[in-house]
Design a protein around this ligand. Sequence first.
Ligand code: ACO
Length: 399
Amino acid sequence: SIDFSTLTKQTGYTALDYGFVNTSATRSAITYIDGDAGILRYRGYPIEQVAANSTFLEVAWLLIYGELPTPDELQGFDERIRRHTLLHEDMRRFFDALPHDAHPMSVLSSAVSALSTYYQNSLSVRDPEQVELSMIRLLAKLPVIAAYAHKKSLGQAFLYPDNSLSFVDNFLRLNFGTLAEPYEVNPVLSKALDRLLILHEDHEQNASTSTVRMVGSTEANVFASISAGINALYGPLHGGANEAVLGMLARIRDSGDSVAQYVERVKNKEDGIRLMGFGHRVYKNYDPRAKLVKESANEVLADLGVKDPLLDIAMELEQIALDDDYFKERKLYPNVDFYTGVIYKAMGFPPRMFTVLFAIGRLPGWLAHWRELNQDPATKIGRPQQLYTGAAERDWPQR
Ligand code: ACO
């Protein structure tokens, strides 16, 4: 690979690279992807082994600190996170100012940005203890904010976190529990959600992580950087695809067209439609996460006894696309978002919450990158070049 910063200094040469298809903006030791072979590893561990053997918080530690935690470290991390789940009471009222039909991703990014106003003494990026504390606060409070965004949309009362529960069980209760009766966590759902969150924890320099790094490179605090990442994730070409997939499946069901007819419309690029949940900038093979998500979809729906025609449509769509030259030539396969929505729907989450679930999953990855960036002596403020295409110098008209 070429070190362009040195080359530019020596030659004045710059590369035009729309979408950073061929430009590394950093070195990173967190996640390895081989997109042609369909390989994903967190800190060297294959994603299949990680998903089979770990918990969300254990993987969060691994990503952030580089090695697996000892049992004591993991317990301490878990306890610390449980102690920080409460939101300031004023912060609970923050939600009152927003419309009930606000998209929960907008609520999430605004609330995370607002969190920094409560912790003004711990925003220094140069104080490792305060940085750790901010990361713990974010890990603890993001699920609570997410659940409140959900409750707000339903017009239901917010519950206080129950810190005797695990990270995922607490989150499920905050979303689906009510003040009226105790909430029983379904262990199959809890396990499946934990696994889905693990699969989303990091994916190297995707758009939202790159955004976190770009904002972090200005030495902006961790709340500001993560809020920016959430906004980048919101777009339908990135994390918003999981919500868009469900919309697409429902449209196919309601249109009366066959799945094959819909695929033809995509191939003809009618109205610029794409198969949502298909294709990836890096994977030119089956996304290894999508395989694991598909297994979970079958397990969860079987456990709940749900027969969702949208899952049948998704499977038919996948098969038609995999057999079709258009998709084969362009190496378009299902990505992580293709089957997640069907599972989240079966769990009871409304489609607008799907990308929020992605954000909760991705938070440890964003934090790991933010920390890596701030510890790397080679870090420079992110500042791309441009090739100017506007007018040459001209004189202001004399009127
Ligand atoms: N459906 C139909 N055609 C597609 C799709 C798709 N989902 N994705 C790419 N293509 C086609 C393009 O039209 C293009 O065809 P052409 O050469 O005839 O013009 C070709 O494949 C290459 O597409 P690009 O846009 O250059 O691919 P890029 O790597 O820039 O885009 C992306 C990757 C954004 C993920 C794209 O595949 C897409 O839009 N997918 C649908 C949205 C989606 O699922 N996003 C989630 C991504 S994963 C994540 O963020 C978690």
